[in-house]
Design a protein around this ligand. Structure first.
Ligand SMILES: Cc1ncc(C[n+]2csc(CCOP(=O)(O)OP(=O)(O)O)c2C)c(N)n1
Ligand SMILES: [Mg+2]
Length: 548
């Protein structure tokens, strides 16, 4: 009997569904039209955005929340625009697929000068070879399914972006349908090393008076949140999140400490982490930005570092002990041994200071008060998107109710607004609340139109400090000044949504209340006090000054 057949596009869509991915983001072009049409007809919509980079960021956020995302583009002019999104996804371990249309296999014969071509037909492939963990240009119906599956499997195994280029004459051709599900290999386990690592950690825990977990992005990527919770609850261990992993543990729970980012974090959180007898670092990417420009003081003797593939306890490393195997095994062992340490929950005013959560006044707005007032109004119905700059730094003072996504290591400006589109569709139970600088908003803020177009209704808070505020303390000059945007006028331009321009605490509080009650796009243009800095940035500056 002949093997069942499918087509390239149907096979792609089937795999995407298997990965809980129900839509993509992207912009069409003639080399991609058949691909977009085939996907749409297969019931897999590709949501248009204002710009390809926006589609890349939307798909990235979708992947962060669902485990897999797709940005679909045309060749060259479209594809090369998502290089930055792929780079961000590589750096922050996001399985984002770049799916590019391309000239047909038959059209490439003789190397003609077709539009969107650069040096040769492989220019785009070479660019993405450096930005993705696996690539394929489909060249024949015989190998297409295997090539697709190879790229998708690598992406999921490694938690990195991938690249698939589909020549337009291959989209609809019949191919043999592979049997069975996608084969995804997790990092290998050495069972002996695993039990020794667990025993070693248990012994350290039994001797410690206090211990803190620092939870990072690989806990999310490997979907280990429940095991993390089991471990924390069993051992009564407080959990600080890394800035790439906000939402990995409920920050407002008694065991939640909020965000640890080296000296950027409030002193109370720094103390709970740095003065604990033991720090269990779980899947944290140890980067400059996530550790507050390397201002984190984590002694080697007190640090147990568990990453995606191995565990290091003090000076001993256990190879082939991946996080996915270690975390559940450790949670079970801690519960069986009934190891439980002392922990006193952190009070809200220990993070914000005594007047941090005070009621709004007529005082002009600072970043600190904007974030404190925001914290009072957001709850489990909201998810946050934080752009690099003050939006990211100021949110260290806040305990977020659910998740908060941001380009927290690669730090690409303009991530948050387009990411709100992907996040809003990936998690329809949470309304996206974006905090973004005026500089970043002028880069990609128009994606609010794409959000509204696709029935996603973010609340967008634009922190206007008249330019590139976080660059100024490093080195100031006219290059940090930018054209002012009256972002409160955007609803008139777009024909949708409502907006406010606010200057004091009371105005902001009222605007936010109205925005959260409104079921459509809401933009709040926050005019900050001149020269204002968030406490996080000030703490970072002070810590770096001590180093000089
Ligand atoms: C795409 C991109 N370009 C440039 C930078 C360098 N950079 C980092 S922060 C920053 C200023 C951001 O300005 P704004 O969005 O207004 O936030 P603020 O710093 O004022 O809080 C710049 C230019 C970057 N991170 N990403
Ligand atoms: Mg700014």
């Amino acid at each position: 009997m002949a093997a069942p057949t499918t087509t390239v596009v149907d096979h792609l869509v089937e795999r995407f569904r298997e990965l809980e991915c129900r839509e993509a983001f992207g912009i069409v072009g003639d080399f991609a039209l058949r691909m977009f049409d085939g996907a749409t007809k297969a019931g897999f919509p590709i949501r248009v955005t204002m710009d390809e980079q926006g589609a890349g960021f939307a798909a990235d956020a979708y992947a962060r929340l669902r485990g897999f995302g797709v940005v679909a583009v045309t060749y060259g002019a479209g594809g090369l625009k998502v290089a930055n999104a792929a780079a961000n996804a590589w750096a922050e371990q996001v399985p984002l697929l770049v799916l590019s249309g391309a000239p047909g296999v038959a059209e490439r014969a003789g190397d003609p000068m077709l539009h969107h071509k650069v040096k040769d037909f492989d220019t785009q492939l070479r660019v993405f070879a450096d930005l993705t963990c696996a690539q394929a240009v489909l060249t024949s119906a015989h190998t297409a399914a295997d090539e697709i599956d190879r790229v998708l499997s690598s992406m999921l195994s490694q938690q990195r972006p991938g690249y698939l280029e589909v020549p337009r004459d291959l989209i609809g051709v019949p191919i043999e349908a592979p049997s069975g599900q996608l084969d995804v290999e997790l990092p290998p386990v050495d069972q002996v090393a695993l039990s020794e690592a667990v025993a070693d950690i248990l012994q350290h825990l039994a001797e410690a008076h206090s211990a803190t977990i620092h939870a990072g992005v690989m806990v999310l990527r490997r979907r280990l949140q429940l095991a993390l919770r089991d471990l924390a609850v069993a051992g009564n261990l407080p959990v600080a999140s890394s800035s790439l992993a906000r939402g990995v543990f409920p920050e407002r729970a008694d065991l939640g400490l909020g965000l640890y980012m080296g000296a950027v974090s409030p002193e109370a959180i720094v103390q709970r982490v740095e003065q604990a007898d033991l720090v269990l670092s779980m899947g944290v990417l140890q980067t400059d930005l996530t550790l507050g420009a390397f201002t984190a003081h984590l002694d080697h003797e007190r640090l147990i570092q568990c990453d995606d593939t191995e565990v290091t306890v003090g000076y001993r490393t256990y190879r082939q002990v991946p996080l996915w195997a270690l975390l559940p095994a450790l949670a079970l062992a801690v519960s069986e041994q009934a190891i439980s340490l002392a922990h006193t929950p952190l009070g809200v005013d220990e993070i914000h200071g005594s007047d941090g959560m005070a009621a709004p006044t007529d005082a002009p707005l600072t970043v600190q008060r904007t974030v404190a007032l925001l914290e009072q109004q957001v709850d489990e119905r909201h998810g946050l998107l934080l752009d690099p700059g003050e939006a990211l730094f100021s949110a260290v003072d806040m305990r977020v109710p659910t998740w908060a996504l941001g380009s927290a290591y690669y730090a690409t400006m303009g991530y948050a607004v387009p990411a709100a589109l992907g996040a809003g569709l990936a998690d329809s139970n949470r309304r996206p609340v974006v905090v973004v600088g005026d500089g970043a908003f002028s880069m990609t803020g128009l994606e609010v139109a794409a959000c509204a177009f696709h029935d996603v209704h973010p609340v967008v808070i634009v922190l206007d400090n008249a330019g590139y505020g976080t660059q100024r303390p490093i080195l100031d000059g006219p290059f940090n000044d930018i054209p002012a945007l009256q972002s409160e006028n955007l609803p008139a331009v777009l024909g949708v949504g409502q907006a406010w321009r606010v200057r004091n605490e009371r105005e902001f509080e009222a605007a936010l209340r109205a925005a959260l009650a409104l079921d459509q796009l809401a933009i709040i243009h926050v005019c900050l006090v001149e020269g204002d800095r968030s406490p996080g940035l000030a703490r970072l500056g002070a810590a770096l000054a001590r180093r000089v």
